[in-house]
Design a protein around this ligand. Structure first.
Ligand SMILES: CC(C)(COP(=O)(O)OP(=O)(O)OC[C@H]1O[C@@H](n2cnc3c(N)ncnc32)[C@H](O)[C@@H]1OP(=O)(O)O)[C@@H](O)C(=O)NCCC(=O)NCCSC(=O)C[C@H](O)C(=O)O
Ligand code: MG
Length: 280
């Protein structure tokens, strides 16, 4: 699985010069340059050129640059895919993926870029395992607005089964999994609660719609000082136990076995990767 930080992924409307410029200075881990729902139909054709110009001007640093195109069943999808194939980006994100066949069609049009899938239709959720297993697939992005619409769901708990099902598929096939957006972009407390919930479920990060959401999200999905201190103590205690021929250590009254050390080392590696990204 890709181990680059993926705490925060901000959608930027591909049509908005000001937002495209603002994104250059934001401490977000992934930028989702959007040609789909953040762009109105009458701006879609021009947005392709606006986005291509912004990407070739550069300035986005080492963060991942992913372009979301319109669906291949729309009037814009094929031209978007052709344009993205020539853009300076790291991956392409396909909305409303229903089955691996949708990815095959895009993979043929864009032979060189990794593909990410929006998981946001009932059929796509049911097919999550076979979509995650696609050889070009590198990440899932939950589309909780579209999913709520199709399910006629009115709450996040109503989507828990779908979120967990996609996480299982992502983990089984080693792809990144990002939680959906929190629409109330001025409600910091609500965002923090939803970030913690997504993190505790196992998501790698969360998708965002406004720059003000980035810091809250990064804090929730990055290891805290306490997490780092605990991981460090667990590793030290386990190594000491091993040196005495023991397979188990005890830290804070809880057993620590080899499997916990795998998690502890992953926590420290994640903290180091974040520090490197934030320094650059
Ligand atoms: C939600 C917004 C429409 C709010 O915009 P605005 O009123 O302009 O916000 P502010 O005045 O507070 O903006 C302050 C400055 O920040 C810049 N800005 C705003 N949003 C972004 C952004 N997303 N990326 C980068 N920069 C941004 C403004 O330009 C201001 O800059 P400055 O003037 O220089 O100070 C707006 O935030 C917005 O359009 N957000 C994106 C909405 C979007 O992407 N929607 C589609 C994705 S969600 C989705 O589709 C999920 C999925 O498919 C599903 O089904 O769930
Ligand atoms: Mg959507």
């Amino acid at each position: 699985m890709d181990t680059r930080p993926a705490r925060s992924a901000l959608y930027i409307p591909g049509s908005k010069d000001r937002a495209l410029d603002k994104a250059r200075g934001l401490p977000v881990d992934i930028i989702l340059f959007d040609l789909e729902d953040a762009v109105s139909p009458d701006a879609k054709v021009e947005a392709r050129a606006t986005l291509a110009a912004a990407l070739s001007a550069g300035g986005y640093g080492p963060r991942q640059k992913i372009v979301r195109i319109n669906g291949l069943d729309t009037e814009w999808g094929h031209d978007d895919a052709a344009a993205v194939a020539a853009m300076d980006c790291d991956a392409v994100l396909l909305p409303k993926v229903n089955s691996p066949a949708d990815l095959d069609a895009l993979a043929e049009m864009i032979p060189d870029l990794p593909i990410w899938a929006m998981m946001e239709t009932p059929l796509g959720i049911l097919n999550a395992a076979s979509i995650a297993a696609h050889p070009r697939l590198k990440g899932f992005v939950m589309g909780t607005n579209d999913l709520a619409k199709d399910l006629t769901a009115r709450s996040r708990p109503a989507m828990t089964a779908a979120l967990q099902h996609c996480l299982l598929a992502a983990r089984a096939h080693g792809v990144v999994a990002l939680d959906g957006v929190y629409n109330a972009f001025k409600d910091d407390d609500g965002l923090a609660i939803e970030c913690a919930e997504g993190r505790d479920m196992g998501f790698d990060g969360k998708t965002l719609i406004h720059p003000a959401q980035v810091a809250i999200c990064n804090a929730a999905f990055g290891p805290s000082d306490e997490d780092i201190a605990l991981a460090t103590r667990q590793i030290a205690a386990f190594e000491a136990a091993e040196a005495e021929g023991q397979g188990v250590a005890v830290v804070d009254g809880k057993i620590v076995e080899n499997l916990h050390i795998v998690t502890a080392r992953a926590t420290l590696a994640k903290a180091a990767a974040i520090a490197t990204l934030e320094k650059s």
